[in-house]
Write a protein that binds this ligand. Structure first.
Ligand code: ARG
Length: 482
């Protein structure tokens, strides 16, 4: 053994962490470049959890002594309290969270600490840690997605009979219930939650036991470790287990889609709260003023969410590109999976939390009800729905019911809309006689069909905007989210 070998209880520098093979230290720049500890230390709980499960199995399999496992448990408990207290000395020299914790363990418990890494490599260790960490985050995201859906459903419940113009091409198309509009987003976030749960199944697989790449010579009981860690399966190929990050890519893809949904909602909130629409207001605490224009209240939060969507989609591109050129098995490239993944999780969680509150408001302990959510201006919505001949399709449908083929009815209504436009009035403001000139079968009941309420009520098929349908959907969502 060389004289420069580490002391038995100390592993203080990275060169020492490797072996006597290394004859020169790294420069500070290279250390900084290769080290990940200042971002991967956030996985410390997963790292300790994974190590304890591994050590428990090593001891059950008689690969290490029961006393060694006891010492490892004791050391890890001490490390846990040090990290929680903020007194743990994270060392850049020790590269990453794994080596930092292992070095401290050895410092605390001696040889038992050095036995922990038996039958394990940092390659299967890090793959396990990322999966454990991400699984926990997915569960939190799941909860936040539910909160956001609840907020939307709560606002929807109060706005079933509030009518706004539905748009296609951002041109007035047909009137819809505001609740129906909000429930469209509930459907999107419901699918996002389902996607997260689906990704979770493939995240929750144990790579530990793959060792560096080829498996290990020790009689490990991988199923036992998986069971201890609550993992649903054990990876079936060691090369694959240590090297693929498809689960992280999949998660980021699901997160990107979810952010895209948030971004579309943001775009609508921004349009709706502009002076030209005036459909809603969001609470002041989600807006900012302008340093030059005193009248301004800007929708910063929805705008930032729209912007941050680009950031998350960027992380998806980053991760997928990170993977594409890597030969099997583990390559250091994979250390670059962490920052985009962490930032995706942080951005998504913050966004979901803030949107749930911005839309639904926050619980007022004094009243037990929520306040401070979006304020709906039903009059402005209605006025907007009355512009742009939103019920023209209803006139066509009315004529079809009187026996006209749909294409002819469509043409007839186009003429009626032309006349109304020339006169600067709504279809309902044309006298019955003038309407009858287009088609003699038109009767006085046409005005009911052309009203906003009539238009909504007529769309009484599954998934339609009739208040009866919307109430039925609301009941389903409420039961599901209870
Ligand atoms: N910090 C490394 C990572 O994030 C841990 C695995 C290192 N393995 C290795 N063979 N250098 O990927």
């Amino acid at each position: 053994m060389s004289t420069s070998a580490p002391s038995h209880n100390q592993l203080d520098t990275k060169a020492e962490a490797w072996s006597a093979l290394f004859s020169e230290p790294m420069s500070d720049l290279v250390k900084r470049y290769t080290s990940s500890v200042f971002f991967d230390k956030r996985m410390w709980q997963a790292d300790i959890q994974g190590s304890l499960a591994h050590a428990e199995m090593l001891s059950a399999q008689k690969i290490i002594a029961a006393e060694d496992f006891a010492a490892i448990q004791k050391g890890m408990a001490q490390i846990t309290s040090e990290i929680e207290a903020g007194s743990f000395d994270w060392k850049l020299d020790l590269e990453d969270v794994h080596l930092n914790i292992e070095a401290r363990l050895t410092q605390l418990v001696g040889d038992a600490g050095k036995r922990l890494h038996t039958g394990r490599s940092r390659n299967d260790q890090v793959a396990t840690d990322v999966r454990l960490w991400l699984r926990g985050e997915i569960d939190l995201i799941e909860g936040l997605l539910k909160e956001l859906q609840r907020s939307l459903v709560e606002v929807a419940e109060k706005n079933v009979d509030v009518i706004l113009p539905g748009f296609t091409h951002l041109q007035v198309a047909q009137p819809v219930s505001f609740a129906h509009h909000l429930l469209a987003y509930v459907e999107m976030f419901k699918r996002d939650a389902e996607r997260m749960l689906d990704v979770r199944k493939r995240v929750n697989v144990l790579p530990l036991g793959s060792a560096a790449l080829a498996g290990t010579t020790y009689p490990l009981d991988r199923e036992r470790v998986a069971k201890t860690l609550g993992m649903e399966a054990v990876s079936q190929n060691s090369l694959d287990g240590v090297s693929d990050r498809d689960f992280a890519i999949e998660f980021t893809a699901a997160a990107s889609l979810c952010m895209v949904h948030v971004s579309r909602l943001s775009e609508e909130l921004i349009i709706w709260m502009s002076q030209n629409f005036g459909f809603i207001k969001i609470a002041d605490r989600f807006t900012t003023g302008s340093s030059i224009m005193p009248q301004k209240k800007n929708p910063d939060v929805p705008e930032l969410a729209r912007g941050k969507t680009g950031r998350v989609v960027g992380h998806l591109m980053g991760l997928i590109t990170l993977m594409k050129g890597q030969p099997l098995a583990y390559n250091k490239d994979n250390q670059e999976d962490k920052e985009p993944l962490f930032d995706t999780v942080d951005t998504l969680k913050d966004t979901l939390r803030i949107f749930a509150e911005m839309i639904g408001g926050q619980l007022n302990p004094a009243t037990g009800a929520k306040d401070g959510g979006i304020t709906v201006n039903a009059e402005n919505m209605r006025a907007a729905a009355l512009k742009g001949y939103a019920t023209a399709t209803d006139l066509a449908d009315y004529l079809v019911k009187k026996g006209l083929p749909f294409r002819d009815a469509h043409e007839t209504v186009a003429h009626a809309v032309k006349l109304a436009t020339m006169k600067g009035v709504d279809l309902t403001e044309l006298p019955l006689a003038e309407l009858q000139a287009f088609n003699p079968n038109i009767e006085a009941d046409v005005f009911e069909a052309l009203s906003l309420e009539g238009s909504l009520n007529a769309r009484n098929t599954l998934g339609g905007t009739a208040p009866a349908q919307v109430r039925a959907q609301l009941a389903k969502h409420l039961a599901r989210l209870a």
